[in-house]
Design a protein around this ligand. Structure first.
Ligand code: DAH
Length: 352
């Protein structure tokens, strides 16, 4: 009898079983166990083919050929399935990660200018519309421009009122000293020296006082100093300019008040106050119970200051003013603590 017949039958059975099981394979791990079962070293196929040796030579050839064919057939079936699974997986992940290009983009938060910067811009606009130019000066300043040129020599009591932050504590005797400027009038002192009349400039910027913070003080705050030099300038020009500024910034109804004051670099000197926005004159924490808030100092520039800058006070007259900036938005919006501007609390800052 043909011994190989039985073996061929077994091989045929393997082929069919393998195909059936392969049809049921749905994922990589099932595929792998299929591979071990039908193509691995201990597979049924290997076991059957091991029996080849016992066949007569003629049959061995025929059955061997069939066995080899079956083996490459199973390998092909395996590879096809492997490819099909990979493709299906790719399709699935592509479907999962699909990008909908019609969706609107994510909005980035857009910032805006700090309320103090906004206020500076607004004040500069008011003064430029009246013919003033905007100038700038250094925040680290020489003693000369901050004090000396402004009639505040060494030992003058006005120095003590302006708690200075000195840069070089141990300057040589007679040496030039530097400090963080305590007021922006230092820029006006520079302008008297560098510009020639007619002069009309404002200089906004940061100033520094070595002081503790409270509801109305911070060690850094902002001022805008103004300077006008021309022939025939009078106190009436100063008052007119500042009234117009107050009217444009606060509106028609807000009352303003001028009173005499003393500053070493002006003569006469005045202060201008605005009715308190929080209590409307009744008295509160913001205005220290007076009903008024001083927002600027001003006056007719002292002849010595002009002279130092090389401008003849017999020919030219001049006025100057210095506005405290933080107080303006405080007055306008009824903010009763200056520290809010520098506390970085976005709930506060976003309101402006
Ligand atoms: N610099 C003064 C201060 O910080 C304010 C001031 C007063 C400025 C009178 C002026 C002025 O230009 O004329 O207290």
């Amino acid at each position: 009898m043909f011994v190989g017949t039985e073996m061929l039958k077994q091989l045929e059975e393997i082929k069919q079983k393998a195909q059936q099981e392969m049809d049921a394979v749905k994922d990589a791990s099932a595929l792998e166990s299929w591979r071990v079962r039908y193509l691995g070293k201990k597979s049924e196929l290997t076991r059957v083919l091991r029996g080849l040796a016992s066949l007569p030579i003629e049959e061995r050839k025929a059955v061997g050929a069939f066995g080899n064919e079956l083996k490459s057939h199973l390998e092909e079936v395996y590879q096809l399935k492997e490819m099909a699974l990979k493709e299906a997986q790719l399709k699935a992940s592509a479907a999962r990660e699909v990008i909908d290009i019609t969706l609107p983009g994510r909005r980035l938060p857009v910032g805006h200018l700090h309320p103090i910067t906004q206020t500076i811009n607004e004040i500069c606009e008011i003064f430029t519309s009246m013919g003033f130019g905007v100038v700038d000066g250094p925040e680290v300043e020489w003693d000369y421009y901050n004090f000396e040129a402004l009639n505040i020599p060494e030992g003058h009591p006005a120095r003590d009122n302006m708690s200075s932050s000195w840069i070089d504590h141990k300057a040589e005797p007679g040496g030039r000293r530097m400090l963080l400027r305590t007021h922006n009038t230092a820029v006006s002192a520079r302008m008297v020296e560098t510009l020639r009349p007619p002069i009309r400039v404002v200089s906004p910027g940061k100033v520094y006082r070595y002081e503790a913070s409270d509801a109305t003080h911070t060690p850094m705050f902002h001022q805008i100093d103004g300077l006008a030099v021309d022939k025939g300038i009078t106190m009436a020009d100063l008052k007119g300019t500042l009234y117009e500024f107050a009217r444009r910034f606060f509106g028609e109804d807000r009352r303003v008040r001028f009173r005499c004051d003393y500053f070493p670099f002006v003569e006469p000197g005045v202060e201008m106050a605005v009715e308190c926005a929080v209590c409307h004159g009744g008295g509160c924490r913001l205005c220290g119970n007076s009903g008024w808030i001083e927002i600027l100092g001003a006056g007719m520039t002292h002849p010595h200051v002009l002279q130092r800058g090389g401008i003849d006070p017999e020919v030219y007259q001049s006025y100057a003013f210095g506005i405290g900036i933080e107080r303006l938005p405080m007055l306008r919006y009824g903010i009763d603590d200056i520290r809010l501007f520098y506390g970085c609390d976005l709930r506060f800052l976003r309101q402006f």
